[in-house]
Design a protein around this ligand. Structure first.
Ligand code: ATP
Ligand code: MG
Length: 387
């Protein structure tokens, strides 16, 4: 069936009305289709997205209310106007409850049609403009426990948004303490697997030294342990080459056994603090396993590359420690903040967290001063000051 480019559909079993409406709307400049039964109307609606459907309420096969609920199911964006006979206020009200935009009582003046149509089309245009305008300026300073306003973190939030419901496997690269494990948790929590298990496996301790027998068995158990949740493979390069190859094999066999589109088995999220390209070149990461894991690749930025996040992170950790009760630390003195901002943070976010925790443990009250910072940061700060 060919589709028209009409934006308006008028449904009524009275052909005289249809002819009048068609002529009038075409004359005032609208693209309109008319049809004299609900069945045909429904077929057309499934085939193309009308902006507005007017439908008579009383029709022989499918009546207006049935058509209305079918439209709301297939085309929730389409606005429906119910056309009622004289004095059938009750069904008009019922129709509004079913989601009709408005109702129109017969007999109606033709120019009322134009007023209704213009009002709906204007409202739709406004709504669309607002959606377009809103998207690019949506900057977030936190995302499900991940804190940071920096450009690099925005990119990570966007990636997690994009892959939320895809079930794609993810490979996370990042220096120690940059938040790889936290990111894996967030990916799980944002997905539709959030009610299923999240299992973290330290690849380093997966096999006892020298144990080669039973590798397949062990790996199979690990894969199954997360059921249909998320399996977090931490420090993936710590697995031996043979174990990595075997894991890739098991994963591919599982995937092949799955009916297409079906989702059984765990989603894999793997992390490494090595640079993936180098690990591949040196054979520390098996190419087959890399192929399984890297549907999506996330690089966690080191803290020194996102210093604008340091204040936010400090506040975040202060909130956490304050919430434990006991003492209160509300801020960092400006000179101490200078030191914290100019420091290189080789240990990344976990190091920052430890520094703030240490200041708490030292018995600081209210404000963190330079003296509450550990020696390596004080020294670096003093050297920076001398230059
Ligand atoms: N963006 C962030 N916002 C808030 N907290 C963070 C962020 N990144 C890391 N953290 C915190 O820093 C600590 C270290 O994070 P995590 O364990 O995820 O790092 P990692 O990259 O897995 O480190 P490692 O390589 O040492 O295992 C955790 O306490 C985590 O909650
Ligand atoms: Mg980790």
């Amino acid at each position: 069936m060919s589709t028209s480019d009409a934006e308006i559909l008028f449904v009524d079993d009275d052909r005289t009305i249809l002819e009048l409406v068609r002529e009038y709307l075409a004359e005032v400049g609208y693209r309109v289709d008319v049809v004299d039964n609900g069945m045909q109307a429904l077929e057309w609606i499934k085939a193309q997205p009308y902006a507005i459907v007017f439908t008579d309420i009383k029709m022989p096969d499918i009546d207006g209310l049935e058509l209305l609920s079918a439209i709301k199911e297939y085309r929730p964006e389409t606005e429906v106007i119910i056309v009622t006979g004289h004095g059938s206020m009750e069904s008009a009200i019922k129709a509004m409850k079913f989601g009709s935009y408005d109702y129109l009582q017969k007999p109606f003046k033709l120019n009322v049609l134009k007023i209704i149509i213009d009002r709906i089309l204007d409202a739709r245009r406004l709504k669309q403009e607002r959606i377009v305008l809103k998207t690019p300026i949506q900057e977030r300073h936190r995302y499900e426990g991940l804190v940071g306003i920096s450009f690099r973190m925005q990119g990570i939030y966007d990636t997690i948004d994009r892959i939320r419901l895809t079930g794609a496997n993810v490979l996370i690269e990042g220096e120690s303490g940059t938040g790889k494990e936290l990111t894996a948790h967030v990916i799980h929590r944002m997905s539709d697997r959030r009610e299923k298990p999240f299992v973290a496996v330290a690849c380093k301790s997966l096999f006892k030294a020298g144990a080669i027998n039973g590798q397949g068995e062990r790996l199979r158990n690990v894969l199954q342990s997360a059921e249909e949740g998320t399996l977090f493979l931490d420090d993936i390069c710590e697995l031996t080459e043979s174990a990595q190859g075997l894991l890739a094999q098991l994963w591919q066999d599982d995937a092949a056994a799955r009916p297409s589109g079906a989702r059984s088995g765990a989603r894999l999220v793997a992390a490494t603090n090595r640079i993936v390209k180098e690990a591949l070149a040196k054979g520390a990461l098996h190419t087959d396993l890399h192929a399984c894991l890297s549907d999506v690749f996330i690089q966690m930025p080191p803290l020194r590359d996102r210093k604008e996040d340091i204040c936010l992170l400090i506040n975040h950790f202060l909130d956490q420690f304050n919430a434990k009760g006991g003492k209160k630390v509300l801020a960092v003195a400006p000179e101490a903040m200078d030191y914290l901002l100019s420091y290189g943070w080789p240990g990344n976010v976990i190091q920052l967290e430890n520094v703030i925790e240490r200041a708490f443990a030292l018995g600081v009250e209210l404000v963190i001063h330079i003296d509450d910072l550990p020696p390596e940061i004080k020294t670096a700060g003093e050297i920076a000051r001398m230059h």
